[in-house]
Design a protein. Structure first.
Length: 314
């Protein structure tokens, strides 16, 4: 085990192959490397949809280690698809993410803030391709992540949460799965949390609150009082995250943890991009940076091991 690793650390957010996007490593190699480094597990996040079946198979091949499957509600899985949510939660999905690269907020943010050539590169880095001629996709809009130039929002035209999202929350309320907020806008995140609490969803995790749709400290404190946890991802300090509002100083993470609380924080690298370092090295770097920022070993263990295990029910 490497000296920088916390024994049993769980990465709550990373990307692996197989994927249409180029990835640093695949499920099996990463599980073996993470186990050898002393980690306890990780969640596979696939923007394409489900990683549940993959996690099951890897768990048969790597002893004394846990890989957790999840579902992301982007267009490739049918968007807000209660049928998929019900099926995969019963199959063992530990987290259900709201839309990420298919979120309308992502499209709006990138159209307003990211140069066309960088948007095209971002789409390519996420496995994008030329859309069928029948789909009305403009240059720079992502395919297969947008539909006729539109993304996904939880709101209808009157600002009300659409029925499919209510059904998904109903399903999650009867399960032990985590609700991840994905790349929704800040107003959507607040509305989603309130609806989720109404539907008795037990575990809610705000996805990388430092970037994409950054939540202010005040936003986070309000959500924390409602029982929301925060998945703070190291990738936001890298150049790769610039098209989604990243490339931030590490203090963006450490200051938020101090302001909102260690107890509500879990760690995810969000690594796996082909051009970034290996996800195990990223987790070691993350823990090292937290120590350098003055966090106690017991605090780091809470964020890296204890709270993730509680959320995952293991």
């Amino acid at each position: 085990m490497k000296k920088d690793m916390i024994p049993g650390a769980i990465d709550m957010h990373l990307h692996t192959a197989p994927d249409i996007a180029p990835r640093k490593t695949d499920d099996l190699e990463l599980a073996k490397a993470a186990a050898e480094a002393g980690m306890g597990g990780f969640i596979i996040k696939s923007h394409l949809g489900s990683s549940v079946e993959r996690a099951y198979l890897v768990n048969q091949m790597v002893p004394n280690f846990r890989v957790f499957g999840a579902v992301v509600l982007n267009f490739p899985i049918g968007g807000f698809n209660p049928f998929a949510v019900d099926s995969y939660v019963r199959l063992g999905a530990k987290e259900v993410w709201m839309p990420t690269v298919s979120a309308q907020y992502t499209l709006d943010y990138q159209r307003a803030n990211v140069p066309l050539e960088d948007r095209i590169a971002f789409n390519k880095a996420h496995g994008g391709a030329a859309p069928p001629a029948s789909m009305k996709v403009k240059p720079g809009d992502p395919w297969p992540w947008s539909k006729n130039g539109q993304g996904m929002t939880i709101f209808d035209g009157k600002g009300k949460i659409v029925p499919e999202v209510w059904t998904i929350l109903e399903i999650l309320g009867s399960s032990e799965a985590i609700l991840g907020t994905g790349h929704l806008s800040v107003p959507e995140t607040h509305a989603l949390v309130d609806a989720a609490k109404q539907m008795k969803v037990k575990r809610i995790l705000a996805t990388h609150p430092e970037y994409m749709a950054p939540l202010s400290v005040d936003d986070q404190r309000v959500l924390a009082k409602k029982g929301v946890f925060f998945e703070r991802c190291l990738v936001c300090i890298t150049e790769a995250s610039k098209p989604v509002g990243g490339n931030l100083p590490f203090e963006a993470i450490s200051n938020n943890i101090r302001a909102v609380g260690v107890e509500s924080t879990v760690l995810g690298t969000d690594f796996g991009q082909a051009k970034n370092i290996h996800p195990v090295l990223a987790m070691e770097d993350y823990l090292k940076r937290l120590r350098q920022a003055g966090f106690k070993e017991s605090e780091i263990e809470t964020m890296a091991v204890k709270t993730p295990k509680a959320l995952l029910g293991v």
